[in-house]
Design a protein around this ligand. Structure first.
Ligand SMILES: Cc1cc2nc3c(=O)[nH]c(=O)nc-3n(C[C@H](O)[C@H](O)[C@H](O)COP(=O)(O)O)c2cc1C
Length: 196
């Protein structure tokens, strides 16, 4: 099952997969909605099956479901703007890059690989009827300290996961306007530098 909100659909020059066109990052999550645990596991499975350099799989995740101490510790590390809306999500996932192996070998594509895993997580979650919102606004050192991460493990983003809520549930006009603002992207000819 996927949930597509028609006015949030990406406008594309040719048709693309509905899962990709329909994914977007809301800030309103419904904390009262039923949540399919298997959908969260499926998103983690999708991340697990992302491609990576030499199949090194340098992604690690900390998953906190709302109501747990883990959720609270992740939420506490978010900047106030993000903490306010992310509190209603069902789970917060810290996306971590393993930047070198335990024996010190650098993994130079770790952040690229983690990004691919996070992207497949988002798309599988959307396919399962959930919504996700990636967040860079958080205190990396607070996450490191809270979960005892060593230098090799770099928290890169946090993903809020949940069931889409109504824009009306957001607490400020600014957030409500952002929630319904038209989605936009650069044109294809701006991002494809050479296309022979
Ligand atoms: C690495 C990264 C960091 C982000 N950080 C934040 C953030 O701190 N707060 C926030 O509200 N949204 C954040 N976003 C969400 C983006 O603003 C959003 O993905 C972008 O505007 C495109 O919108 P869409 O995902 O709905 O297509 C982040 C997204 C990414 C990929």
């Amino acid at each position: 099952m996927s949930i597509t909100t028609p006015d949030r659909l990406a406008h594309t020059s040719v048709p693309i997969s509905e899962v990709i066109a329909g994914r977007w990052s809301p800030r309103s999550f419904d904390p009262t909605a039923a949540f399919e645990e298997t959908a969260l596991v499926a998103a983690l499975e999708a991340a697990r099956w992302a491609p990576s350099a030499s199949n090194t799989q340098p992604w690690r995740f900390i998953v906190g479901r709302r109501g747990t101490d883990t959720f609270r510790r992740i939420a506490d590390a978010l900047v106030p703007f993000n903490a306010a809306w992310a509190a209603s999500s069902h789970a917060l996932v810290v996306n971590i890059a393993e930047t070198s192996t335990a024996d010190g070998t650098p993994l130079p594509w770790a952040i690229y690989d983690l990004g691919q895993a996070a992207a497949t997580f988002n798309l599988q979650a959307h396919k399962s009827g959930l919504h996700t919102h990636p967040v860079g606004g958080f205190d990396v050192d607070a996450i490191r300290a809270s979960f005892g991460l060593d230098e090799r493990l770099v928290p890169v983003t946090v993903t809020a996961v949940g069931v889409l809520g109504s824009p009306d549930a957001l607490e400020s006009d600014m957030l409500r306007e952002r929630e319904t603002a038209p989605r936009s992207r650069k044109d294809l000819d701006e991002i494809v530098l050479v296309n022979d």
